[in-house]
Design a protein around this ligand. Structure first.
Ligand code: E4P
Length: 216
């Protein structure tokens, strides 16, 4: 399972990349606005840190505008993945970009039918939003299960990129559901490593080691 950092904060990306935990990065307009820097410069900085896919989202909503913005974003680095919304013009742009061998992440997916359309448009990734479905009392994780079954039924190559992750359990549940990748906020990635028994065990080992007087 691929791990992507769901952030535009360059310092967080550097830290997580140094741990060897990152396969890529996803950004969106809200994350870029939160990070505060210039969009194109931020994507360029991220691509200098991470060699895997870096999703950069178009802001246009019409086909021509998306294609124009995609050309600018694709020119930044070969690992830029163009993120387009799951709308009919977005699917049209997805098909056209894939014909040019440009990777595409179709975002804002909230249903199995939408995911099916993304796969039929040849998307590299489709991003179902788990947390936002949970927020409105629907079952985000069931959507990952449904998409996995549909894609396997028809041998679609489109990778399921579980998004809108809010908590550590979302990551393991997405892995159990067969998601190909998961994009995770930095604080949640760090939390994956936490376990009180790990901390307690380490404290005991360190105390016993110090008491033994041994050194390495
Ligand atoms: C990533 O591609 C999505 O834009 C992101 O996961 C959305 O997360 P949110 O629902 O927490 O904003």
């Amino acid at each position: 399972m691929k791990f992507f950092a769901d952030t535009a904060q360059v310092e967080d990306i550097k830290e997580l990349n140094d741990y060897g935990l990152l396969d890529g990065v996803t950004t969106n307009p809200s994350l870029v606005a939160k990070a505060g820097g210039d969009f194109l410069t931020t994507i360029q900085s991220i691509c200098q840190i991470v060699s895997g896919p870096v999703s950069a989202e178009v802001a246009a909503t019409d086909f021509e505008g998306m294609m124009r913005e995609a050309a600018v974003l694709s020119a930044i680095a070969p690992n830029v993945v163009i993120k387009v919304p799951l709308t009919l013009p977005g699917l049209q742009a997805c098909r056209a970009l894939r014909a040019k061998q440009i990777d595409v992440n179709v975002t804002l997916c909230f249903s199995a039918n939408q995911a099916l359309l993304a796969a039929k448009a040849g998307a590299t990734f489709v991003s179902p939003f788990i947390g936002r479905l949970d927020d409105i009392n629907l079952d985000g994780m069931q959507l990952i299960h449904d998409i996995r079954l549909i894609f396997d039924n028809y041998d679609f190559d489109t990778q399921i990129l579980a998004a809108s992750i809010r908590q550590p359990n979302h990551v393991s549940d997405a892995a159990l559901a067969g998601a190909d990748a998961v994009t995770i906020p930095p604080n949640v990635i760090r939390a994956l490593a936490n376990h009180p028994l790990t901390q307690k065990g380490l404290e005991t080992f360190l105390k016993d080691w110090a008491d033994s007087g041994q050194t390495i």
